[in-house]
Design a protein around this ligand. Structure first.
Ligand code: CDP
Ligand code: CDP
Length: 679
């Protein structure tokens, strides 16, 4: 079995609920990108509308515009708030509204939600003056009050209870002191910090102590929701079990409470690389690269169970095809999910001829990589069971080298409840004829000085016979010439006019040497080391801030890119000069590391590290603050933080993105063996 491709996943549900609520709590317009378009999360949005927010939905782009009068401007909803099937929606709203003085609302849900306990949030909130009738099951009337200061010890390990208390304290402008005995998911805390509310959280003997005090000021924000890492699990395991290929997963949440299963798979020998990590709306996320691997069995510790509970079915399938014993205990809760998942796994595996030992809270089995499973299995009306056995089916077919369906799965349609394009994504990965879009063969590297962009660009140029353009050198040449003729780089209008006339008579010509590196000449004279002087660097601002000079540089650069496959570096290559480039990188490293690298390159080290750091920081500031062509990442740029990586390590990451880039023009350019100088 060979797989290849890159996948993205819909927005994470927990983050989507919270973004809708926090956006509504801040006065003004917030936006939410990659919002999960599902019944549960749309119901939470609807609740915010009923409270008085204006909501615009762009379904095609999965983007929400939410304009709020702020909590103080909310009014009691005209109709009941129906949260449908969402326990998170219900519990978060009960907490939030209980602290909104003078506001009354009725919260209701569907038949199944009406059976789930709400006392776990209403009881603790009542201790501080919140009023609910009744307190145990929906529908519940909540009458908002000014609450007393909240001091509570949370020992259920429930993120919903914790979040309800936090939101109630904010709505009511009261203090909060919370002891968290069994630490639970921390999305509410992370996202609140992003929205501008400081929560102090420090480790205690058993878990954490959290403290917060008014005034609380939430600000409108742009929430960008990471993809759901849990849905990715099926594809990660598929890629590990494949014989050849690689899978790149883009833009998924990497919060440790949610991506713990990746660590377990790594401990089983899985080749999983986190390529890029960055922060969005207070949460970490990024891209992961997965390659076929020989897996070994593992005993999963009970302490890990809470953070991998949803992934246990697919981890068990990984265990079936790993060498040696695979087992887990301490997962009693798995019996009360959409199905009794322990029993569902055991029954199905037995039906396929696998010997499994069942425990009240887990299972144990002997795995084998060459195993061929055969037989009929049931869905147990559970989407995760179906998807897990689908992966088992693909691996069995691959081991048996057959196209025949060996594992017959009854009830495949259950997949649709959570993952309507599951089969589409599988087909795409298994089918090597990927749809390719046509664009120009351009790779851009932007970033601050010393981050490593030109070194990476050179490596791409060398290995794949791309032409390398260094836009900074053109800014440097213009600065050098201005200094030569005017002894300054900030020119008056008149001087600028003269300078452009001079450039017209004596144009800068961009060409390439035998190694496809950029040459810059004027009147047959090549520019050289003089451009790299400190003097030039210190005066670049006058040129680089001027839109006319920027147009001049941009035109030269674009003309060169029309003829060849190019790799370019600069500050605004991905944002202004090549917004349509199929592959863009934004390279960074800490200021100190960048300055050290620069210092090491200097022949005369007459400048101290701290002085160089000051100069580079000043240039960063200038580059970031210019109104046109400023230094900033393109929205679709891949972040590369090179602080802790050497050039070869970073380049191997760049190569993974090159291989995976869906642009047809780029793939042709990368693979034009034998004729490197033609496109
Ligand atoms: O090599 P280093 O990163 O120090 O700088 P460079 O790439 O040679 O660029 C020198 C300066 O030119 C930068 O600090 C920017 O101010 C300017 N520049 C720019 O404004 N836009 C670009 N695309 C490239 C460089
Ligand atoms: O082009 P930019 O100013 O971003 O940086 P560069 O000239 O490519 O890199 C500056 C220096 O840092 C070079 O000597 C690189 O070899 C070195 N470097 C490194 O040590 N580790 C990296 N990951 C990237 C660059």
């Amino acid at each position: 079995m060979e797989i290849f491709g890159q996948l993205e996943f819909p927005g994470d549900k927990s983050l989507s609920h919270r973004a809708a609520i926090l956006a509504a709590m801040a006065e003004g317009e917030s936006t939410i990108e990659n919002f999960l378009w599902a019944e549960d999360t749309l119901n939470t949005l609807r609740a915010m509308e009923l409270l008085g927010c204006e909501v615009k939905k762009d379904e095609k782009r999965k983007k929400i515009y939410l304009n709020s009068p702020g909590i103080k401007g909310w009014k009691s909803p005209r109709e009941k708030i129906d949260v449908g099937n969402s326990g998170t929606g219900a519990r978060l709203l009960l907490g939030l509204l209980s602290g909104c003085e003078g506001l009354s609302a009725r919260i209701d849900g569907d038949e199944s939600l009406r059976k789930r306990p709400m006392g776990r949030v209403c009881e603790p909130l009542s201790l501080f003056g919140a009023q609910f009738t009744p307190k145990d099951f929906l529908p519940i009337e909540v009458h908002g009050r000014k609450l007393k200061d909240i001091a509570y010890r949370e020992d259920l390990g429930s993120a919903q209870v914790k979040s309800a208390l936090i939101l109630a304290a904010i709505a009511s402008s009261t203090r909060l002191y919370l002891e968290e005995v069994c630490p639970s998911r921390d999305h509410t805390e992370n996202m609140l910090r992003f929205a501008g509310v400081g929560i102090s959280k420090r480790p205690s003997e058993q878990g954490y102590v959290m403290e917060m005090h008014p005034p609380y000021a939430l600000s409108p924000r742009n929430y960008h929701i990471w993809g759901d890492v849990s849905s990715a699990a099926f594809f990660v395991v598929l890629a590990l079990l494949a014989e050849r290929g690689e899978l790149l997963i883009r833009n998924v949440l990497l919060n440790p409470y949610r991506s713990r299963y990746l660590d377990i798979l790594k401990q089983m020998g899985g080749n999983i690389q986190i390529l890029e990590q960055k922060e969005r709306c207070g949460e970490r996320g990024g891209d992961i690269l997965v390659r076929p691997s020989s897996l070994r069995g593992i005993t999963i510790e009970p302490k890990d169970i809470p953070s991998i509970i949803d992934e246990l079915p697919i981890l068990t399938i990984a265990g079936v095809f790993a060498e040696g014993n695979f087992s887990f205990r301490g997962a009693k809760e798995l019996r009360v999910k959409e199905s009794d998942r322990i029993s569902a796994l055991v029954q199905n595996l037995k039906a396929l001829g696998v010997e499994v030992e069942e425990y009240p809270d887990g299972l144990s089995l002997e795995g084998q990589s060459t195993r061929i499973l055969k037989g009929n299995v049931q869905s147990f009306m559970d989407h995760r069971i179906v998807m897990s056995f689908e992966i088992a089916q693909l691996k069995s077919k691959s081991n048996a080298k057959t196209n025949e369906e060996l594992v017959k799965i009854e009830g495949r349609n259950w997949v649709n409840t959570s993952f309507p394009d599951f089969y589409e994504k599988l087909n795409y990965l298994l089918n090597p004829q990927k749809p390719l879009e046509d664009t120009m063969a351009v790779v851009t590297f932007d970033g601050p000085a010393g981050s490593g962009k030109s070194s990476l660009a050179k490596k791409v140029a060398d290995k794949y016979a791309f032409y390398q353009i260094d836009s900074g050198a053109i800014y440097r040449a213009l600065t050098y010439l201005a200094l030569k003729h005017y002894q300054k780089s900030e020119l008056s209008q008149e001087e600028k006019g003269q300078f452009f006339e001079f450039l017209e008579r004596n144009p800068l010509i961009l060409s390439f040497n035998g190694q496809r590196q950029q040459l810059l000449e004027q009147n047959g004279q090549l520019f050289g080391a003089e451009l790299r002087s400190r003097e030039v660097a210190l005066h670049i601002k006058g040129i680089a801030d001027d839109p006319d000079f920027r147009h001049y540089v941009n035109k030269l650069v674009r003309q060169a890119a029309e003829k060849f496959p190019v790799v370019v570096d600069g500050r605004d290559m991905g944002t202004v000069v090549f917004p349509e480039a199929p592959l863009k990188f934004f390279v960074t490293a800490t200021l100190e590391v960048r300055a050290r690298r620069r210092l090491a390159e200097m022949a005369d080290q007459t400048i101290s590290l701290s002085e160089l750091m000051r100069e580079i920081a000043e240039r960063d500031r200038q580059d970031e603050s210019r109104p046109y062509g400023s230094l900033k990442p393109a929205e679709d740029a891949i972040f590369l933080d090179t602080t802790h990586y050497d050039l070869d390590e970073t380049f191997s990451i760049v190569e993974a993105y090159l291989r995976q880039c869906p642009s047809r023009a780029l793939q042709i350019a990368l693979n034009r063996e034998g004729k490197p100088n033609e496109l």
